[in-house]
Ligand binder design. Structure first.
Ligand code: EPU
Length: 451
């Protein structure tokens, strides 16, 4: 544990410029999609994060040759020799990520069977996979749950289906897309998630030869095709990472430019950021031309001085306020005058991290009721899923243990905003989703060190 600790000398505003690359929650799915092609795929701007390594390892086990391309962050996938892997080999990746569940459809198409290890990911509630399994069964797959993992087969092939999700789950929508594109016939998915990462995955599948229509009202129609080829794609930038650094700028009274951040996918975050009292400026990208080197786009976020305002917000599926934006922003809300309300409607247990903030001097109460907005599916179900943040509070240093990825980043922001020296244990978990975060912290003038 000792080498997995970061010592943070807080109280210095973060100032400077960093860059975000392809979205973690798209890149990993794009890598899985490469399995479906009959020729190589090429993905750019892939961040060096743990989730990418896990998917790379799993692809390798299934015979997909993954190599680094010429450009920094470019990966090339050659799926010409897809093969079965042993359960023992696959199980090495058990508990390390939630992405393996998305291998089901592509492996069923390529091999007729699949083994999926026990999943991992962040501990932010039970995170069931019932929608995934229900969808796969609708396509004609047989699912056998064993203590070691899931064994799937499709003895009669996979067939298009009409299916409505009980909730617009991101992962289950991706499961349906990755399965339906090569299933026989037409699939109609209702109550689908339409996050920008999903639209980008649809763009990738369309580049590969898929026929996918996105209708209004969360309906997606997929016409199965017999074969798909490789793709070349530059993914959308990571809007969760961008918002995390924006929140860090606000909480530390700093000024951070996030190169690569895109306004369109962050509109809801930007509205809240402005309501809290943060300032931002969007710079549009300009392609290079003769005599003009062009300009990389991004968004500069800063604390304009003075007091921040309390806000009421509710996390929701797109186009709502992302659940992954919530934890970093709450640290900034501890500095706002008045009572802020956060109603978490996507995950039932995503407010546990507030206890650590309270040990640092924050004043956050969590409630079982749906506060500040419309009732959600967690109301009266005994989940503490609403928070009231009273501020401003002076944060002081503490020893912290990182519980999951986004909560972990919020702990880090709190340590940076607090007076004094904090020790943050388990920081390696942050590498799951934030590329080079220690270097970025150093570039922004943070005083952090490994003991
Ligand atoms: N759900 C079910 N059954 C299912 C699937 C989901 O009940 O079969 C429920 C979940 O328990 C949750 C809700 O539906 O309450 C939404 O879950 P969703 O399936 O949308 O989440 P996910 O696909 O597992 C992705 C991201 C998460 C992000 C959510 C919501 C990836 C790898 N993960 O998870 O990102 O919070 O969508 O946008 O794409 C993160 O990056 O730190 C992270 C947790």
């Amino acid at each position: 544990m000792t080498d997995d600790v970061l010592v943070v000398h807080g109280g210095t505003p973060l100032e400077g410029r960093i860059r975000v690359r392809g979205a973690k929650n798209l890149v990993s799915k794009a890598m899985v999609a490469a399995l479906l092609g009959d020729s190589p795929s090429r993905l750019f701007d892939v961040p060096k994060i743990r989730d990418v390594e896990v998917v790379r390892g799993l692809l390798g086990l299934h015979g997909v040759k993954v190599t680094d391309g010429d450009e920094d962050g470019e990966l090339v996938f050659d799926p010409s020799n897809v093969e079965s892997a042993s359960t023992d080999q696959i199980n090495v990746h058990a508990g390390s990520s939630r992405i393996p569940i998305l291998f089901c459809g592509p492996l069923l198409h390529r091999l007729g069977h699949a083994f999926i290890p026990d999943l991992g990911g962040c501990h932010i509630g039970p995170r069931p996979i019932d929608f995934h399994l229900q969808a796969l069964r609708e396509f004609g797959a047989t699912v056998d749950k064993t203590p070691e993992g899931l064994h799937l087969s499709a003895p009669n092939g996979l067939h298009g289906t009409k299916f409505a999700l009980p909730y617009p789950s991101v992962g289950a929508t991706e499961q349906v897309l990755l399965t339906a594109v090569m299933a026989e016939g037409v699939t109609e998915l209702r109550n689908a998630a339409v996050e920008p990462e999903i639209i980008d995955l649809i763009c990738i599948l369309q580049k590969m030869g898929a026929i996918i229509k996105v209708h209004t009202d969360r309906v997606i129609e997929i016409q199965g095709v017999k074969k798909l080829h490789g793709y070349t794609h530059r993914p959308i930038p990571d809007r969760i990472e961008a918002a995390s650094w924006a929140a860090a700028a606000l909480a530390t009274r700093g000024d951070v430019e996030v190169l690569g951040a895109q306004q369109a996918d962050m509109m809801t975050f930007l509205n809240v950021f402005r309501s809290v009292g943060g300032e931002y400026e969007v710079t549009d990208a300009r392609p290079p031309k003769l005599g003009d080197p062009g300009q990389e786009g991004g968004i500069r976020f800063w604390h304009p001085g003075g007091e921040l305002n309390a806000v009421a917000l509710e996390t929701d599926v797109h186009p709502g306020f992302m659940t992954d934006w919530q934890q970093p922003l709450v640290v900034a809300l501890t500095q706002a005058r008045g009572l802020s309300i956060v109603h978490e409607t996507v995950y039932e247990q995503r407010l546990g991290y507030t206890e650590a903030l309270n040990t640092m001097g924050a004043n956050i109460q969590v409630y079982r009721d749906c506060l500040g907005g419309t009732p959600c599916r967690f109301g009266r179900r005994n989940f503490k899923h609403s928070a009231v943040i009273a501020g401003p509070s002076k944060l002081h240093a503490a020893d912290l243990v990182i519980p999951d990825l986004r909560a972990g980043f919020s702990h880090l922001i709190a340590a940076l905003a607090a007076e004094g020296t904090s020790r943050v244990y388990g920081v390696d978990l942050i590498n799951r989703g934030y590329e080079d975060f220690e270097k970025k912290l150093a570039d922004l003038g943070a005083h952090v060190e490994r003991p």
